[in-house]
Design a protein around this ligand. Sequence first.
Ligand SMILES: *Cc1c(COP(=O)(O)O)cnc(C)c1O
Length: 343
Amino acid sequence: MDIKQLVRKNILNLKPYSSARSEFKGEASVFIDANENPFRESYNRYPDPLQKSLKKLLSAMKSIGDDNIFLGNGSDEAIDLVFRIFCEPRVDNVIIPDPTYGMYEVCANINDVQVKKILLEEDFSLCADKILAKADNNTKAIFICTPNNPSGNLFEEKEILKILNTFHGIVVIDEAYIDFTDKDSWLTRLKQYPHMIILQTLSKAWGLAALRLGMAFASSEIIQYFNAVKYPYNINQLTQEYVIEALKNVELKDRWVGDIVSERKKITDQLLKYPFIERIYPSDANYILIKTKDANKLYNYLTSKGIIVRNRNTQSLCEGCLRITIGNNNENIKLIDALDQFI
Ligand SMILES: *Cc1c(COP(=O)(O)O)cnc(C)c1O
């Protein structure tokens, strides 16, 4: 597959910004190259534009090369870069399942790229043939969020494989919630699919949403384009340092994930008892989508109790639906108490 053919001409010809810190390599003691203030003792220097220490750690954790990793200001940055690198405004298009994570469409709109939406099945499963039938010569990317937000289900491997094996544009697999499943990441197949981009984030399982650190994994060729187009210092020094320390404690993250998964089961069992909840969709994520008779009424009731859930009522196939994140024990008890009193 020729990735070059998918890249916008202006990006192929781009001469990226060359920062002071990327031109110099080696040891030095006098840094008078970047117009920094020499007096403050910490955080006065620009951070590493390619986050080499952090990538070294991630490359060992994920068993991939550091040249297969892009780090962004949240995975939202990586989503935006897919459009800026591959999609010619007003010419190209992308395909996204519906309903799914909202940022794909927002980024498409910002970049003036057409979105073709393919309705998921009634149980939120994905039909590869329907997606592939919509692809044309200007379809540059297909976005697949698995487990899917807001429905919580994983898409079938067979359907995703069909898309990867048939479609000759970029296939983005968003694994923001992969830690909450017992299925393998698509990362193990990175080498087989040079047109696949896998997104993961520290915002969910790792509990670091405030730091803004998203990851994209792809062929080194794709990563080079990401690095050329991103802002030079897109990950700040505090985030780089904090994340290096946080990533050393995988056991803590795994314990949280274990707790969330067992709470998910407990809450699901409890929700089954309420007659006003018509349907609880099976979840492989840290949230549950429920269908009720009147989503707005339940939403407003919970809000009046100081409990905020996500109202998904107006999304496709989600009439009557609320999305509830699994909270901590105290939050979950408050939710159940409130639901007990709802008539
Ligand atoms: C939360 C979420 C993200 C956003 O991740 P950030 O790294 O916080 O930008 C990406 N994709 C999906 C599907 C999400 O639900």
